[in-house]
Design a protein around this ligand. Structure first.
Ligand code: AMP
Length: 192
């Protein structure tokens, strides 16, 4: 079982790249943001519980998020691997992921690929994306800036967790989609 983590701030291109790479390497793309949006759209209890956090650009509490991820991994246990997009976002999620992967699949994260993009580029990219995404958290600049703040306050530190295990590869997230796919693919090919 191969587990690739795509890491980076909102708007760094994780979702776009995860979709392409999942097809290329036959991995199941799991986006916790997409799972939350699905639950909100369908008015599930989880969707209702998560909504106020998401609408304010805050992280959803770890327990809710990890439970949702666990369900999704279990539901897809026939897959040959996963590309995780948007999880883990806190050190406690990273620790929970290790436990889950071991418990469910006797597996571990192969590599964490971190994309770095200038903050102002992130804001502009997300505002542009809002024209198609229909996401209310993409359309408001204050919410976008809150999401970036959450990233620096709670998520950026997660890179140390993987660096300490020699599992972190840092890449420039600016350039054409194809260029970035190429550099991510080279790193994935080294570990799968
Ligand atoms: P994304 O689509 O990855 O940008 O996620 C959209 C929103 O969903 C985030 O701003 C958070 O509110 C929530 N979210 C997604 N993944 C996580 C996570 N791993 N931990 C906490 N909240 C999350």
């Amino acid at each position: 079982m191969n587990i690739i983590v795509l890491f980076g701030p909102p708007g760094s291109g994780k979702g776009t790249q995860a979709e392409i790479l999942a097809k290329k390497f036959q991995l199941k793309h799991v986006s916790t943001g997409d799972l939350f949006r699905y639950n909100m759209k369908n008015d599930t209890k989880l969707g209702l519980d998560a909504k106020s956090y998401i609408d304010n650009g805050k992280l959803v509490p770890d327990e809710l998020t990890t439970e949702m991820l666990k369900d999704e991994l279990q539901r897809n246990s026939d897959q040959k691997g996963f590309i995780l997009d948007g999880y883990p976002r806190t050190t406690s999620q990273a620790e929970a992921l290790d436990v889950l992967l071991k418990e469910l699949f006797q597996a571990e994260v192969n590599v964490t690929l971190a994309l770095y993009v200038d903050d102002e580029v992130l804001v502009q990219r997300i505002l542009k994306r809002s024209l198609d995404s229909g996401r209310s958290d993409d359309a408001d600049e204050n919410i976008i800036r809150n999401r970036i703040k959450e990233y620096y306050e709670k998520t950026a530190i997660v890179s140390d967790y993987y660096k300490d295990q020699n599992k972190l590869v840092e890449l420039k997230g600016e350039g054409s989609i194809e260029e970035i796919t190429r550099s991510l693919s080279e790193e994935i090919e080294k570990v799968v």
